[in-house]
Design a protein around this ligand. Structure first.
Ligand code: FSO
Ligand code: SF4
Length: 543
């Protein structure tokens, strides 16, 4: 049996590392190929960074390749060895051409000069996370790489809408290359971690601008969670551009479109609300796919992670696109920003019965920065009068672990004068609890997808200004964030960069934080885990 080592997500085996097979379903072979892909991408990034230093321009396709490679290796995105192998080959070819342009290969690392056309497996030991022996250096390198993976995901969505920022791509590649550099000590890597947080803010701002300029500002919206009696397509993941193309191509075909998990916030955008056949949100967070995809009865389009290895019973109804892949599932091609052809999935939908009803009713969302700032007066008044005493940021991810029931219980136990600010799929733990409102302000304000955590930071900075505070930490805001995969890592680093302190992170702290690195985060930023709901209520509210 092959060995592997991966500890990049919250569900890693035993809170230590997956060594035989991933809890996510990733095989040891796929994990090894992903390591090699990252290794090759670091090498490519070293070469592009050298070329930039010489004043050479790096082609857009090269930036896209780096971004896509990182995205492919995010938890639950791609389980397709053939695709990963092709990406390694493409990366090595691209690197070879750039090395020729560079001419002088002196001083480059093995990852930068390595070239092969087959047997990529041979590089697995060298590409492994465990190849870095020093525990703290390994921890910091991986913290940075995981942050960069999250950054790449958001960069990809912005790129798909025609928005890019050269300094973001340049940083992404420079930072990746630096994780190969043995001369960088822990102090230098901590500084690089903080810089990664800065670019995390930038990339989320870039994506926010891309989304709102293409689709308008999210607005308060009631989203139907029931079904209609037509065949449907269920869309999951985060890629709004894919959704837009699908909505256009399904118009007038008699096929309805529903969102799943992180695609729910698409309903908040004016540009999507005009589609009569964009019916509502079906089901809950990513990890409930097996039951909910079964019940949907029609085809499912996965535009990004999180993909749960599908059951045979509905596997033929799964279509992947973008960075997502699963051996045996149909893939819809189309690179960054290209028009994709969804005719196969639409034809498939027409052969299927309508979705089985899971629930009925509505949920409310659309509280991104523009909408919340439009309500600023009302919110400030409620804070000043004491009607709202605390905001609790409960953004992040949902997941399988039963420990995550903590977030449902925590939301229920909150005092009635506390308002939850959320983004990401974490919301499914409490967005159907009917927690009521405070003077017309709902007690769960959903800003959108995990990348819309940026909105929560904009709101916090605005409140700081309105209340004339010196420090963002003086606001009556508690941060109790749930994490799962690497996009949550970039969100966390972005918040740290913005100066947010005392973030509680759960349901468990990342396995990739060595005791010393965890200590740095605790001492400098007050990062903490979670306790029981009773303990945390007492800590936050003194009750
Ligand atoms: Fe969730 Fe998955 Fe958005 Fe993540 S669906 S877990 S942080 O991919 O990206 O919140
Ligand atoms: Fe394990 Fe998570 Fe890595 Fe999958 S992504 S192999 S579950 S640590």
């Amino acid at each position: 049996m092959e060995n592997m080592f991966c500890f990049q997500c919250q569900e890693t085996a035993g809170c230590k590392g997956c060594t035989r097979v991933g809890v996510c379903g990733k095989t040891a072979h796929t994990a090894g190929l992903q390591d090699v892909l990252i290794y090759a991408t670091k090498g490519l990034s070293e070469v592009t960074t050298k070329l930039r230093a010489l004043g050479k321009e790096i082609a857009e396709e090269v930036n896209h390749l780096v971004t896509e490679n990182l995205f492919i290796t995010i938890t639950n995105a791609n389980f397709d060895d053939e695709k990963i192998t092709k990406q390694i080959a493409d990366t090595l070819e691209c690197k070879k051409a750039l090395l020729e342009a560079l001419g002088d290969g002196n001083g480059l690392s093995d990852a930068a000069v390595w070239y092969a056309t087959e047997n990529f497996e041979q590089k697995m030991p060298q590409a492994s996370v465990l190849a870095t022996e020093h525990e703290d250096i390994r921890s910091l390198r991986e913290l940075i790489v995981y942050g960069l993976k999250g950054m790449a995901a958001y960069n990809k969505h912005a790129n798909a809408l025609g928005k890019a920022q050269e300094d973001i791509d340049a940083f992404l590649q420079e930072a990746l290359a630096k994780t190969l550099d043995d001369s960088l000590d822990a102090e230098a890597l901590i500084a690089l971690t903080m810089q990664t947080g800065k670019y995390g803010v930038d990339v989320m701002a870039l994506l926010d601008g891309a989304n709102t300029s293409a689709y308008g500002n999210p607005q308060i919206t009631k989203v139907n969670i029931g079904v209609r009696n037509n065949p449907g397509i269920l869309v999951s993941g985060h890629d709004l551009h894919d959704l837009e193309m699908l909505l256009k191509q399904t118009e007038g075909t008699g096929v309805d479109v529903y969102t799943h998990s992180e695609m729910l916030p698409a309903h908040y955008y004016p540009a999507f609300q005009k589609y009569e056949h964009f019916v509502g949100n079906y089901g809950n967070a990513w990890w409930q796919q097996k039951e909910e995809f079964e019940a949907f009865q029609g085809p499912i389009l996965l535009t990004t992670n999180c993909l749960v290895p599908p059951l045979e019973s509905y596997k033929e109804r799964i279509y992947t696109t973008g960075a997502v892949g699963f051996t045996g599932c149909k893939h819809i091609d189309g690179s960054f920003g290209q028009e994709k052809d969804f005719s196969a999935i639409i034809a498939h939908a027409k052969q299927c019965p309508p979705p089985k009803e899971l629930e009925t009713g509505e949920i409310i969302g659309g509280f991104a920065h523009n909408q919340v700032l439009a309500l600023a007066d009302k919110i400030v008044d409620a804070v000043k009068s004491g009607a709202i005493k605390k905001f609790v940021v409960m953004a992040g991810c949902d997941g399988r672990s039963p420990k995550r029931n903590y977030y449902t219980d925590f939301a229920k136990a909150l005092p009635n004068d506390a308002v939850i600010l959320t983004a990401g799929c974490a919301k499914y733990k409490y967005n159907k609890l009917d927690l009521g409102d405070i003077q017309g302000i709902p007690r769960v304000l959903d800003a959108g997808q995990c990348n819309d955590s940026y909105s929560l930071a904009v709101i916090a900075l605005k409140l700081k200004e309105v209340f004339g505070l010196e420090d963002i930490n003086e606001l009556p805001i508690i941060y109790n964030i749930a994490w799962y995969e690497q996009k949550a890592v970039i969100v966390l680093l972005a918040l740290l960069y913005l100066g947010v302190k005392n973030i509680h992170l759960g349901p468990t702290l990342p396995a990739f934080l060595s005791p010393n690195v965890a200590k740095v985060l605790v001492e400098n930023f007050g990062i903490a885990g979670i306790g029981t709901v009773e303990e945390d209520m007492a800590q936050f509210f003194g009750a």
